[in-house]
Design a protein around this ligand. Structure first.
Ligand code: FAD
Length: 361
């Protein structure tokens, strides 16, 4: 007998796990979903996988991922992808999930701008939604966006031999300083507070580099330039001291406004613009899990490493939800890897004999 939404329900269009988002956290989740021999699909509204790593900072070095002393975001994405795609997988890119409903049989319907997807469980790894950079409200900022004013560093080469001003005291601002230091003609880095939010070691490295640090209480007063940024006046807000610098690239990194967009209307319990989860990464909707930047719980850190740990918990609990006979703990990958690969190959061969082919990446 087929019980809807359970492991005995094998309809072709019904997936075991569907990931909303194809950022680093979902990609790592895909690896576990394959290891646990589930049928899974990954949907992202962007045309490219990698989430924030590819959309915001592909050429930034990341220093705090377990096992990688230093790795460029686009290289890390390539390795996440390689790990994720070793098992049968399906990407739906350029497709935005706008609705989530759980029907009376426990099947979850994900409604997108292109159609509908059915899944026994869903793991939401949608990050912070849209990243909208905070902007300074001073003349010329909006007019010179794309003409020397940046909010992200996507291509290091854009800054080669430029006089660069970095504005901000968080990790990304310091990472950008370190990343551009070898290529820029010179870098001035200013921060308006008397403390840094960045890691202590990042601050130390920048302080010891040829970056000229203006701190504390330094802010941008005015920006000049007709068709491109040419000069910037900075000031010390306590003493009134001013300096005018020849600058041809400013990187503002003063925070982001985030918006969950349609996810706000899915009936999920939210707190501070994030989805509340328990220690098994369950949301308040049965069968719906969440991981990565989009979740909140006591002690949450928004990092790639923590997101990866969370999605491992989410996927293994989703497996146990779909098939209560399956253990939550996956064991170690070395025990499971070859066995899973062989079983997948057998399962694929059987399914291909019975089903029409679907859109695969
Ligand atoms: C400038 C900057 C520098 C950073 N540096 C570091 C660092 O050095 N180390 C570190 O650990 N972390 C860093 N972070 C944080 C890190 O990028 C995040 O922790 C990580 O990207 C979270 O991964 P995620 O998969 O949860 O979300 P994301 O990477 O944000 O991916 C979410 C994906 O979900 C998709 N999505 C969202 N809503 C929908 C929807 N409704 N339908 C379909 N798709 C949807 C998005 O398009 C996106 O691709 C940095 C962040 C920024 C902004």
């Amino acid at each position: 007998m087929t019980i809807p939404g359970t492991s005995s329900d094998t309809r072709a269009d019904l997936y075991d796990i569907t990931f909303v988002g194809a950022g680093p956290v979902a990609l790592y989740g895909m690896y576990y979903a394959g290891l646990r021999m589930t049928k899974f699909k990954t949907i992202d509204m962007l045309e490219e996988i990698g989430g924030g790593l590819m959309a915001l900072y592909p050429e930034k070095y990341i220093f705090d991922v377990a096992g990688f002393p230093k790795v460029m975001a686009k290289d890390l994405t390539r390795m996440f992808k390689e790990q994720a795609c070793q098992y049968p997988h399906e990407f739906r890119l350029g497709e935005k999930v706008v609705g989530l409903e759980r029907d009376k049989d426990g099947i979850i319907h994900l409604i997108t701008d292109k159609g509908e997807h059915l899944s026994k469980t869903v793991v939401i790894c949608a990050g912070l939604g849209a990243y909208i950079p905070k902007k300074l409200e001073i003349p010329n900022v909006e007019r010179l966006e794309g003409a020397g004013i940046y909010y992200f560093v996507r291509r290091i080469n854009d800054f080669r031999d430029k006089n660069v001003l970095i504005v901000g005291g968080g990790d990304s601002a310091f990472d950008y300083s370190m990343m551009l230091e070898p290529v820029a003609r010179n870098i001035t880095h200013i921060h308006r507070n008397d403390f840094f939010a960045a890691h202590e070691d990042s601050v130390r490295k920048v302080m010891n580099s040829r970056v000229r640090m203006k701190f504390p209480f330094w802010e941008v007063k005015s920006i000049e330039g007709e068709d491109w940024v040419r000069r910037v006046t900075i000031f010390q807000s306590r003493t009134g001291e001013e300096e005018t610098l020849d600058i041809d690239a400013i990187v503002f990194n003063i925070g982001f406004l985030t918006s969950l967009g349609p996810i706000e209307d899915w009936g999920l319990e939210l707190e501070h613009n994030a989805i509340k989860v328990d220690s098994r990464m369950r949301t308040n909707i049965e069968g719906v899990y969440a991981a990565g930047d989009i979740v909140t719980y006591d002690g949450k850190l928004k990092l790639i490493s923590t997101g990866c740990g969370e999605v491992a918990i989410a996927v293994n609990n989703a497996k146990n939800y779909i098939d209560p006979k399956a253990k939550v703990s996956p064991g170690h990958s070395t025990d499971k890897h070859e066995l899973a690969q062989k079983k997948w190959a057998r399962k694929q061969a059987q399914e291909h004999a019975h089903q029409p082919s679907e859109k695969k990446e």
